[in-house]
Write a protein that binds this ligand. Structure first.
Ligand code: BG6
Length: 473
């Protein structure tokens, strides 16, 4: 196989605002819901994170040194509109201008995400956030401003990060008032408002950005049948419909996936929609899909009488500590794929699943894709001499990139690869115990230390890979 990637393919990595910036109340920013939710987790909070807000120049210089041609980051809504209302915070606006300029001067294409879980807290206090349709109106004002403001500098836009994860883990990605917690319809209502917000943002990119391209970053997890039994193949199709196609059909077909929507209706879980909503979806078509890929699952048919259950999270880092997988009665039960190795946080490692996913999405929708997240979380060790040896990350990324290359060889169109993450940042489920970066940030959950940056072995490996446009794979 020729390992070279196509001419013009962009190489980079990703971060998100509340996980990397810190400066959580600096220069006029007010709290986001993640500033509150994260404090409950018992690991590092969002106050300082990797202090990227103050050190972005140094961080962009490191990206340049690695040879990045793209960088996917998110814009913090409460940095621009601190209380989610009409008042603009100029210092926040300036920060992203400065960051984008720094990237452009370094030859790096900025790929901003409009929303990465961090809604202004004021909107939760005012009307329970995404639960209320007013959120779409307030998001529209924010998206309108931001897209117009940076239109001349930014070509590629991404909208709402991982709608499917916001649904699956709705009470950790959103502050949800207790009175709603037993009502699972609410999470599909939240999602409906996010779908509208996504489509509205897409339309604005098309309206304001010359040659602009836009898409949503989705956590795409392929779900294989757990056995060769026909019932399990149906369960896998059901799981794929509700966990993947429910979102992708909105992006590319302008309506919810039929089987998934019927299942939700049968179970009184379907969102309330207004006349005209599907027109909004259709007007806000996506140009590409941004794929966040980590692992794969299996599905099997449910037992009679099985109760609905959500997937758990491994919070300890001890293998097997995950508290169970999702069940949707009479539709599917998610199970672990025992053929695969897993990380110590029980995330299965499945490079072939990425090749499968890209081929599948290409066949289903025929759209170009970019990878906006893919990486290995691990408790990296900083040695006394300042080195960090992370062969496991290099192995993980090598295998996933080879899978992407194979998908490209079979006709899949890929714009860019952005590993998760450029530099170490706050993991959403495990703080600084789990690191993803090419650059080590010297801090722990409890001790800020000096936040100094150290290049990991994977930094040099990625640098060489980019230099040879993949040939060193
Ligand atoms: C993705 C999110 O789902 O997974 C990121 O978009 C997140 O925000 C990443 O950090 C890895 O998950 P975690 O829990 O290990 O941080």
């Amino acid at each position: 196989m020729n390992k070279k990637f196509p001419e013009g393919f962009m190489w980079g990595a990703s971060t998100s605002a509340y996980q990397v910036e810190g400066a959580y109340l600096d220069d006029g920013k007010l709290l986001s819901q993640q500033d509150i939710l994260n404090k409950k987790e018992g690991f590092a909070d969002t106050t300082v994170c990797s202090d990227h807000y103050h050190r972005y120049k140094e961080d962009v210089a490191l990206m340049k040194e690695m040879g990045f041609s793209s960088y996917r980051f998110s814009i913090s809504w409460p940095r621009i509109f601190p209380d989610g209302g009409t008042k603009i915070n100029q210092k926040g606006v300036d920060f992203y201008h400065d960051l984008i300029d720094e990237l452009l001067n370094a030859g790096i294409e900025p790929i901003p995400t409009l929303y990465h879980y961090d809604m202004p807290l004021a909107l939760i206090e005012k009307y329970n956030g995404w639960i209320d349709r007013q959120s779409v109106v307030d998001f529209e004002r924010y998206a309108d401003f931001v897209i117009k403001e940076y239109a001349s500098k930014v070509k590629y836009w991404t909208t709402i990060n991982e709608q499917n994860i916001i649904v699956q883990y709705w009470d950790t990605k959103n502050i949800v008032d207790e009175k709603y917690l037993n009502n699972e319809q609410i999470k599909y209502q939240i999602n409906h408002h996010l779908s509208l917000a996504h489509a509205i943002a897409c339309k604005k990119v098309h309206d304001y950005v010359p040659n602009g391209m836009v898409g949503a970053p989705i956590d795409f997890t392929p779900i294989y049948p757990a056995t060769t039994k026909g019932e399990d193949a149906v369960a896998s199709a059901n799981a794929n419909a509700l966990r993947n196609l429910y979102y992708l059909d909105v992006y590319f077909k302008g309506h919810y996936n039929e089987a998934a929507f019927i299942y939700l209706q049968k179970n009184s879980l379907a969102p309330v929609m207004l006349p005209g909503d599907e027109e909004i979806f259709k007007d806000g078509y996506s140009d590409f899909l941004a794929v966040n890929y980590y692992s794969s699952y299996c599905a099997k048919a449910t037992q009679p009488g099985a109760k609905r259950r959500m997937s758990g999270v491994n919070l300890t880092g001890e293998k097997g500590a995950i508290s169970g997988y999702e069940i949707q009665p009479d539709f599917y039960e998610i199970v672990r794929n025992d053929n695969l190795e897993a990380t110590q946080w029980d995330w299965t490692i499945d490079p072939a699943g990425l090749e499968f996913s890209l081929r599948y999405i290409h066949d289903m929708y025929g759209v170009p894709m970019m990878i906006t997240e893919n990486g290995l979380g691990a408790p990296d060790i900083l040695e006394d001499d300042g080195s960090v040896h992370d062969p496991y990350r290099i192995e993980f990324l090598t295998k996933h990139l080879a899978a992407i290359k194979r998908a490209i060889d079979y006709g899949v169109s890929m714009i860019s690869y952005n590993a998760w993450t450029a530099i170490d940042l706050l993991s959403t489920s495990n703080g600084y115990k789990k690191r993803y970066g090419f650059v080590y940030v010297n801090r722990t959950d409890d001790d800020l230390k000096d936040l100094k940056r150290y290049k990991k072995d994977s930094f040099y490996w990625y640098q060489e890979l980019i230099r040879t446009n993949g040939e060193s794979l």
